[in-house]
Design a protein. Structure first.
Length: 366
C-alpha cells in the first residue's frame, strides 16, 4: 500500500483542523497501522476519535483514495504528510496540524528559509496597501519568504511584492487546492508558482464539503508557518485578528503598522499596539531585527533607492529633499503638494529607503 493513501484515508475522516491530530500521530505514526488494527478488531479504537470519524474509518479503506492520489499526481499537486521531511516543519507546532497538505508550486520553499506573515484587511486604504507592499518588498529583498492567504487586499500586496522581488512566497488557501479565491488572483497565483513559491491547502481538489469556517481555519497555518506575523491594517473585528490570536498561542511575535486615529481601518492595529500585543512596524528593519536578520545579512539583497519604484507624489517630494532637515511645510511649498499627500509621500520614502525622519517631523534625503 502507498503510505500516502493511508494518510488521505485518515485525514478525510477526521477533517481539517482536527484538534487531536497530534495525539493520533503519537499513537499511530503510520496510519496504516490504525487501518490494520481497525480491520482486525485487535485494538480498542483511540478514545480521541469522534463517533463520526470512527464510522468513516470503518466504512472506508485507504484504497478508496487511489483515484484522488492519481489525480493529484497527474495535476502536479504534491501531497505532503507529517512523516515526510518535506512537510513544512513549522506546522508541526500545531496541535491540529494538517494530516495531508496539498501543494502546487515548489515545495522546497516550505522549509529552510526565514518566514514572515503579512496580513490585513481585504478592503484596505491607500496607506495600508502601500505600507503592506513596501514593507513586504523590503523584507523579500532581504531574503524573507512572505506568508499570506492570497485573499483580496493586503494578502495580495504581500504576494505581489515577493513576486516583484523574485523571491518565493507561500499562500495558504481556505478553499480546495484547485480553486483560486478570488478568481481575479489566478494570474498572481501562477506567478507565485512559477517564481519558486507554493500555494497550499488542507482541502483536496474538487472539495465540496463544508466551507463555513475554512478561511478562519487556514489562518492558523499562516501563523504557524510565520516566524513573526505582521499586520498592515485591520479593523477591530476581522479575520486578521483571528490570525493574530493563533500567532500569540504559538508564541510568534506580532508587529503592527501604526495607522491614523481617524481611520476605522486602523482601529485593530492601533489597539494591538495600545495593549502591547504587537510591536510597532514602521520599517522593514523592525521585522528583520526580530528575525535576526541584521544589516550585514540583509545588505546583499538591498538595492540602491530607485525613485522609479515609488508613487508620483513620493518622487516629487524626493526631488526636493536635501541633506539638511526640512519641515513638512517647507516640503509642501517646494513640491507644490498639500500636507496630507506630503506626509504620505514621506512615509513611503522612509519605508523604501529614500528619506529619513528627523526630530520634529522633519525629513532629509537618505
Amino acid at each position: 500500500m502507498d503510505k500516502t493513501l493511508a494518510w488521505l484515508w485518515l485525514a478525510d475522516a477526521v477533517g481539517s483542523g482536527c484538534q487531536y491530530a497530534q495525539e493520533l500521530l503519537t499513537l499511530y505514526p503510520d496510519p496504516a497501522e490504525l487501518y490494520d488494527a481497525l480491520r482486525a478488531g485487535t485494538e480498542t479504537p483511540p478514545a480521541c476519535l469522534t463517533p463520526h470519524a470512527l464510522a468513516q474509518l470503518r466504512d472506508t479503506t485507504p484504497f478508496d483514495y487511489e483515484e484522488r492520489l492519481d489525480h493529484c499526481l497527474l495535476s502536479g499537486i504534491d501531497v505532503l504528510t507529517p512523516d515526510e521531511s518535506v512537510y513544512p516543519d513549522r506546522l508541526r507546532d500545531l496541535p491540529d496540524l494538517p494530516l495531508a497538505l496539498y501543494v502546487t508550486g515548489d515545495i522546497a520553499c516550505l522549509n529552510g528559509r526565514r518566514y514572515a506573515g503579512m496580513v490585513g484587511t481585504r478592503r484596505p486604504s491607500t496607506y495600508g496597501r502601500q505600507a503592506a507592499f513596501d514593507l513586504s518588498l523590503a523584507m523579500a529583498r532581504a531574503g524573507v519568504v512572505l506568508v499570506s492567504g492570497l485573499a483580496d487586499g493586503l494578502d495580495s500586496e504581500a504576494h505581489r511584492a515577493a513576486v516583484q522581488a523574485d523571491v518565493p512566497t507561500v499562500a495558504f488557501l481556505g478553499t480546495a487546492i484547485d480553486k483560486t479565491y478570488p478568481a481575479s488572483n489566478a494570474k498572481l497565483r501562477t506567478a507565485i508558482e512559477k517564481g519558486g513559491g507554493a500555494v497550499c491547502s488542507e482541502y483536496p481538489p474538487g472539495y465540496s464539503g463544508r466551507t463555513t469556517g475554512t478561511f478562519l481555519a487556514r489562518n492558523r497555518l499562516i501563523a504557524a508557518q510565520s516566524e513573526a506575523l505582521c499586520v498592515a491594517e485591520a479593523r477591530t473585528r476581522s479575520g486578521t485578528l483571528n490570525t493574530v490570536g493563533h500567532a500569540e498561542r504559538l508564541g510568534r511575535p506580532v508587529l503592527a503598522v501604526p495607522g491614523s486615529i481617524y481611520s476605522a481601518l486602523s482601529e485593530g492595529t492601533n489597539e494591538l499596539l495600545r495593549t502591547h500585543r504587537a510591536e510597532p512596524l514602521c520599517k522593514a528593519a523592525d521585522a528583520l531585527d526580530i528575525l535576526g536578520i541584521g544589516a550585514e545579512t540583509a545588505a546583499p539583497a538591498q538595492q540602491r533607492f530607485d525613485p522609479a519604484t515609488v508613487s508620483a507624489d513620493a518622487q516629487a517630494v524626493y526631488a526636493v529633499l536635501k541633506p539638511t532637515p526640512q519641515s513638512i511645510d517647507a516640503l509642501c511649498a517646494a513640491a507644490s503638494l498639500p500636507a496630507g499627500r506630503v506626509l504620505a509621500a514621506c512615509t513611503e520614502l522612509e519605508l523604501m529607503g529614500g528619506a529619513q525622519a528627523q526630530p520634529g517631523r522633519r525629513y532629509i534625503a537618505e
